[in-house]
Ligand binder design. Structure first.
Ligand SMILES: *[C@@H]1O[C@H](CO)[C@@H](O)[C@H](O)[C@H]1NC(C)=O
Ligand SMILES: *[C@@H]1O[C@H](CO)[C@@H](O)[C@H](O)[C@H]1NC(C)=O
Length: 330
């Protein structure tokens, strides 16, 4: 009882402080540019510690010397706008928006999402599943820094390597009862207190945690054929998406990004918080400004129904230099 009163009081104070702080921040962002709108939202209301906990993507120091896939066939007639949700409407995963909860699992959620999309596309719409972010998050020890676990953050290209070498089982959202290993971390909402117990990486399990799922762990695995880092090139990224489906992009998050509510994001803040990974599902142009369409993993109530748009062709916040994907082993 006493503990919950204290937790409530602390949460209340945190919200008040964060709210006071945010108002001038929001005005400043909206004054500094005119392509996107900043506002308070579910994520910013939870305060800076929660906001930081979501950034789980490590950006390697040697990124610029890493081998890249250079044999992407660059398409000649790249359309001015493209939306993978409309191109492949039978692949439900493309339009789905995940909620990573209080865990730096964006690297795994984005990879598992793009794998699901690509499985559906490459199978000619026969394999329509959600690949388990849980499986990747909990089991890929190579994906993280030594001594850390999945919720502390991971490297997207290693996630694709793991899909190729070890494979991944299916698994839907928290409480979905879907697939072999559904996501176990609760999507936090206003009622959940911000204590440390909410922030842990589930243990790696080599069996289906969903007892009602009728397929064995081994039989449920899907594998990749290749994994790669794309060239830092707008057309290489577009060509890969056109041919195979959504990709994973990682970029640097500055403080202003959290306050995004709509429009085409470009950086206004210089306060760097960390790396974040997302799924790129298309592109377009609005009022002469080119953008990428991106699925975030902060739930549907953030941004444009869970997605955001970010300036394209300018490597905004490093968005075009750390794009990873892989092909499916059919
Ligand atoms: C996957 O999960 C999403 C919710 O995130 C759901 O809408 C969809 O029906 C699920 N199943 C498939 C096969 O995409
Ligand atoms: C978000 O979803 C609502 C309800 O489905 C829809 O009216 C609105 O146009 C969507 N917004 C965007 C930016 O897609």
């Amino acid at each position: 009882m006493a503990k919950s009163v204290i937790t409530f009081a602390v949460a209340f104070i945190a919200v008040v402080v964060a709210t006071d702080f945010d108002d001038s921040i929001i005005e400043n962002i909206n004054r500094a540019q005119n392509t996107w709108k900043a506002g308070k939202n579910e994520i910013t209301d939870k305060g800076i510690e929660y906001m930081k906990s979501l950034l789980g993507t490590k950006i390697p120091e040697n990124l610029h010397t890493q081998p890249r896939r250079t044999d992407v066939e660059i398409k000649e007639n790249i359309p001015t706008s493209f939306d993978a949700r409309k191109q492949w409407p039978r692949c439900l995963s493309i339009g789905s928006i995940k909620n990573q909860g209080k865990c730096g699992s964006c690297w795994a959620v984005a990879a598992a999402g793009a794998v699901s999309d690509r499985l559906c596309i490459s199978s000619g719409f026969k394999v329509v599943v959600n690949i388990s972010a849980e499986n990747l998050l909990a089991c890929c020890s190579d994906c993280t820094d030594p001594g850390e676990r999945g919720c502390d953050g991971g490297y997207p290209e290693k996630a694709w390597n793991y899909f190729k070498s070890t494979g991944l089982v299916t698994g839907g959202d928290y409480n979905s009862g879907e697939g072999c290993q559904p996501y176990e971390i609760e999507p936090t909402n206003e009622e959940v207190s911000e204590n440390e117990e909410n922030y842990y990486t589930p243990p790696c399990q080599k069996k289906c945690t969903n007892k009602k799922y009728g397929v064995s762990f081994v039989k449920d695995k899907h594998y990749g054929k290749t994994s790669y880092l794309l060239d830092k090139s707008e057309t290489a990224i577009q060509s890969d998406i056109l041919k195979y489906g959504p990709v994973e992009a990682a970029f640097t998050v500055y403080y202003d990004f959290y306050f995004y509510t709509s429009g085409i994001y470009k950086q206004t803040s210089t306060f760097k918080l960390g790396g974040h990974a997302v799924r790129v599902i298309g592109w377009g142009v609005e009022n002469g400004i080119k953008y990428w369409i991106v699925a975030n993993s902060w739930g549907r109530r953030w941004g444009e129904n869970g997605t955001f748009r970010i300036r394209r062709g300018t490597n905004e916040c490093g968005f075009e230099e750390y794009v990873t994907a892989g092909l499916i082993k059919n």
